[in-house]
Design a protein around this ligand. Sequence first.
Ligand code: CS2
Length: 452
Amino acid sequence: MESLNSRTLASVPGTVRVPGARPARSGVLHIGAGAFHRAHQAVYTDDTDWGITIAAPRSREVIDALAAQDGLYTVATLGPDGASVRVVGSIVDTLHLATETERAIGLVAAEDTHVVTLTVTEKAYRDPDGVPGLLARGLARRAEQSGAPVTILCCDNLPDNGETTRAAVEPLLDDRTRAWADKHVTFPSTMVDRIVPASTQATYDRAAEALGLADAAAVEAEPFSQWVIEDRFAGPRPEWDATFTGDVAGWERLKLRTLNGVHSTLAYLGALAGVETIGDALALPGARGFAERLIAEQIAPSFTPPDGQSTVAYGRSVLERFANPGIRHRCLQVAMDGSQKLPQRLFATIADLTAAGVRPELIALPLAAWIRFCAGRADDGASLPLDDPLAPVLRRSLADAGARPADLVDAILRVRQVVPEPVASNDELRQATAAWLADLDRHGAAQTLESL
Ligand code: CS2
C-alpha cells in the first residue's frame, strides 16, 4: 500500500477531511512528539494558517514517520457510534533534539519562532539537562540575537504549568538573559484536555482503511477536546479556537483533580482487578458509584471551580467520556509515572480537603490501590510493571517495610519527593489507607468496589 504524503493526498476519499494549502512557515516550535500533541494542539493549529515544527526529545520513530509523509497524518475521532477521520496538515517540519541540538537551540532563538509549546510529560520539568536546559540555551541566544519576544506554553498536566515551566528554566539562565526574559518571555498556564490513547495496530489499520494509504503516524482520540489558555502572550500567536482567560487555575484544578484524579483511581483499581481499559474498570460493579461519590464527597469540596462550573456535573460528563466504548485507553498507560502524577491528582485534593475539615476517607482508596500497584502484583498474582522514574525508591521503601498494611502506608507516605506535608503526617489518612489496603489484600479490588 502507498503511504500518505503530499502527492498521494489527492487520492484520499472525499469522506475524509483533508488540509487545504499547507502553511509556508512554522511560527510554532513544539517539543514532544507523543500522540496527545498530534490529536490536540496540532489539530487546533490545523484550523489556523500557522505551522508547527515538531521536535522529538529522544525516539525518532514518530518524527521519521511524519517526515516521510511530509508531516501529514490522520486523527480518528472515536465516538460511541463510530469513527470520523481527518488528515492534519499543520506539521511542516521535524527535528530530533538528541542529535540536532544546535538546530534546536537555533529554532528557540529564531525571530520567527513566536510560540514554543511543550508536551514532554510531568517528569521532564525536573531534568535541568533535558528540555529546560535546551530552552535556557535557546533563550540566551535569542536575547543576544534579535531579542524578539517569545511565549513558552506548557501543555502538560501539571498545576500552574506555566509557572512550573518558568521555575524550571529561569534558574538555568545567566543574569543578562534573565533580565531580558523578565520583559520579553512569558509562560502562560494552560489546561489541555482530550483523551488520546497510545496508537496501536488498530489505529494504523483504521487509518489505512479510511485513506486507502498507509499512515505510520496516525492517532485516535475521543470527540471531546478542550484548551483553556491564560491570555498572556509575549508576541503573536495562532488564532486557536481555544478559551483565552485571565486565570486558568480553576480550570486546571477542576481537570487535574476530577478527570485525572478519577482516571488514576480507575487505572490502579482496574490494573489490580486485572481488567485492561479505563472503560472496563468503570464497568466493574460498584466502580461508577464509587467514582461518583469520590467526586461529590471528596474532590468537589477541595476547591472552587471556575465561575459557572459545577464539579459534580463536570465529573458526570467525565465519567461518560471514560465509558465511551470507542476508546480503549489501557489502565497501564494511565498508571505510568504515578509518583509524578499523584501530587496534583490526589495529594493536593487531600491537603485541601483536610484543611476544609473533611475526612479523607474515600480518597484513601486510590492511594491504597497505588501502593498495592507499586508492590507489583495484581489480585490474581500476575506481575504488574512499575513504569515510574521513582520505581527503585518506591519498591525499596515497600520491601523494607514488611507486610503490615500500616507499615506499607507509612513507608510510602515518607517518600518526600512524592507526598507533601501535611498529607504525609495526616493520621486519618494513614488509618483509612491502611484499612483499604487490608481490604484490597484480603478481597481484591473488584470485591472491594462491589461491597461499597
Ligand atoms: C491520563 C491523561 O495518561 C494519563 O495519565 O490521565 O493523559 C488524560 O487522558 C488526559 O489528561 C486527558 O486530557
